[in-house]
Design a protein around this ligand. Structure first.
Ligand code: HEM
Length: 188
């Protein structure tokens, strides 16, 4: 890890800081079918500096922690941590993260440079089970009973506002379930 000064985080730059949002909607698999949950959350992105891989690949890295609480009872019902990486030479974004169900994801994708109608940057990554590059690794129990087979995420960020939408495709209770989460957050 290097000194944090002068690191160019590229399209990740605007994520740095503390974000709060209370418009979250979660659609999750339940034993009786579909669970719909309203939630609020805090996500803190911090600089993690730059790394050099194999003396060649330079990554600018942010670390984050996401704590999600149920609107109805204020209990934490999702806790996630990981890194976002920017490879400027290859124009690649990576999002590697873990959730405490013993599921690890490394999602990635080319940075398109797209912006929305308000000029906010669009960041898109995806992962698939058994993909050798952008993949998903999970415990034997989760592989058997609640396997995450795909993950897609889009973040739109700019002007201290961020919205995200993500789909985790879960093979659970004998069928494929589109577990989706979305929220809009504001930076202090
Ligand atoms: C804001 C983000 C998320 C929220 C609020 C959330 C919430 C939930 C909820 C409420 C359930 C239903 C089971 C339970 O009662 O706990 C669930 C299940 C599950 N979630 Fe998430 N989740 C989120 C993100 C993710 C992500 C990113 C993944 C994986 C890439 C994931 C994987 C799973 C799996 C595999 C299950 C099935 C577990 C089971 O019911 O046995 N979730 N999630």
């Amino acid at each position: 890890m290097k000194n944090y000064q002068d690191i160019d985080y590229g399209p990740l730059e605007e994520l740095i800081g503390t974000w709060k949002g209370n418009q979250g909607t979660d659609i999750a698999p339940g034993l009786k079918g579909v669970d719909n949950n309203s939630y609020y959350e805090t996500i803190v992105f911090e600089e993690a500096g730059s790394v050099l891989n194999a003396n060649e690949q330079k990554l600018a890295v942010l670390h984050y922690r996401q704590i999600v609480r149920m609107e109805s009872n204020d209990e934490i019902f999702h806790d996630q941590t990981g890194y976002w990486h920017w490879d400027a030479d290859q124009n690649i974004l990576m999002h590697s993260f873990v959730i405490p169900r013993a599921v690890n994801v490394i999602a990635g994708g080319a940075y398109s440079g797209k912006t929305d109608e308000n000029g906010r940057r669009v960041l898109e990554v995806q992962a698939k089970l058994a993909d050798p590059h952008w993949g998903i690794v999970q415990s034997p129990f989760m592989s058997k009973k609640a396997s995450c087979v795909e993950f897609h995420q889009t973040i739109i960020v700019g002007d201290r506002k961020m919205s995200y939408s993500q789909t985790s495709l879960i093979d659970i209770y004998g069928k494929m379930f589109e577990h989706t989460d979305e929220n809009e957050l504001f930076r202090k």
